[in-house]
Design a protein around this ligand. Structure first.
Ligand code: FE2
Length: 389
């Protein structure tokens, strides 16, 4: 066991872990977790069918022409503690159409659940955040009042603050509950959002690390330098920011120079801005879930056979036979606290931008640094196929 642990620790070379991060974070907001993530997409009706039939999300609420909304259609999709909102424009003008025109489909809003949306807005704007939505009270009639505000972060992404203390409706005023939802895919364990990763331009990582520290009171949990995150061709740097209760974890990546183009730069070139690169969904059954997702048609990044030949030496017993991990393309990593299993989808829209991660944690609070090199080599094979390396 000791040997396995020291192997795990060796994996962390170049990863600088701050053990006091949670104590250092200042929860003056505080954030109760991620309320929902909103994507702005070209066709929300079809996107909702994708998340329902392939990922097992149930449509729970809708807003659009039938509810008196003239400029957009929104579908609220839920699975356990994960709520996704898919919004498409109904007209060629306005910020949603412009966003989709420029970026393609992507994350617009990573919304926080708070006890007081006005205080959260005041505290963050006083510390330098740019306001996106001033505090408003949305009257939901007999469902009560939902209070909301928002501030901007990297690129066109914003953070809403949602206060549901006096609201009892299904999602928000203006949304109609979907009473008889179509059947969602079954056999999947997808429980909550584990972390959300932002890609920013070269030189901007520290600016947004400072932003999350100064404006939101986050602390830096881990710093991965370009010595650990590099291949023969490309590199990136990453710092992980966390809030005080650890429920919100935001790694921030920036490209680093290499012989060829960093995957982060590929994202920036196609999203045409900083943006959310991936969201990790936590599972308690990665084997069953990935098997079902593959059967449903979800495509994952492939790992080479060589990765699995030496995996047992690096991580020891991870509760799943190595052959099963290889069959499904699941990766494993171990650090001094435990281990994790993870897998990454291919980009889920036509542009090589946003993708999902599925993660199963057994003690480890890390992000799979031992897999970074092999993973980035796998991504480079796909970048080359796209003519983007
Ligand atoms: Fe991740």
């Amino acid at each position: 066991m000791t040997e396995t642990l020291s192997r795990g620790a060796a994996n962390q070379a170049g990863a600088h872990i701050n053990k006091d991060a949670y104590a250092q974070a200042k929860d003056f907001l505080p954030l109760n977790g991620i309320d929902h993530v909103e994507f702005w997409v070209g066709n929300a009706r079809q996107a909702s069918a994708y998340f329902r039939a392939l990922w097992g999300f149930t449509p729970v609420a809708f807003a659009g022409l039938e509810t008196g909304v003239r400029d957009r259609a929104s579908y609220v999709m839920r699975r356990n503690d994960i709520t996704l909102v898919l919004t498409a424009p109904l007209t060629p003008d306005g910020e949603i159409a412009e966003h989709v025109h420029r970026h393609g489909d992507g994350v617009k809003d990573i919304a926080f659940a708070v006890d007081d949306a006005t205080s959260a807005w005041r505290e963050t704007t006083a510390r330098g955040a740019r306001s996106a939505i001033e505090p408003v009270e949305l009257d939901g009639g007999e469902d009560g009042i939902l209070r909301r505000s928002a501030v901007s972060t990297y690129g066109d992404v914003r953070h809403s603050f949602i206060d549901r203390r006096d609201y009892h409706g299904v999602f928000a005023p203006g949304y109609r509950k979907i009473k008889k939802p179509a059947k969602a895919a079954e056999g999947l364990s997808l429980l909550e959002i584990d972390h959300c990763v932002g890609n920013v331009s070269l030189g901007d990582m520290n600016r947004f690390v400072d932003y999350y520290r100064d404006v939101f009171g986050f602390a830096q949990l881990i710093h991965y330098d370009d010595k650990v995150i590099h291949t023969d061709y490309s590199a990136l740097m990453s710092k992980v920011m966390t809030n005080g209760n650890g429920r919100v974890k935001f790694p921030i990546n920036e490209p680093a120079s290499g012989k060829k183009k960093s995957q982060i730069q590929e994202f920036l070139d196609w999203y045409l801005d900083a943006g959310t690169q991936h969201i990790a969904l936590r599972t308690e059954d990665i084997v069953g879930t990935v098997r079902q997702l593959r059967a449903n048609g979800i495509e994952f990044l492939g790992m080479p056979h060589a990765y699995y030949e030496t995996l047992a030496d690096r991580v020891g017993d991870v509760g799943v036979p190595i052959e099963t991990l290889e069959e499904l393309g699941i990766e494993a990593d171990r650090d001094e606290e435990g281990y994790l299993l993870q897998i990454f989808t291919r980009p889920i829209q036509d542009r090589p931008t946003f993708f999902f991660e599925i993660i199963e944690r057994h003690g480890s609070r890390g992000f799979g640094v031992g897999n970074f090199k092999a993973l980035f080599e796998a991504i480079e094979i796909e970048q080359a196929r796209r003519g983007n390396l």
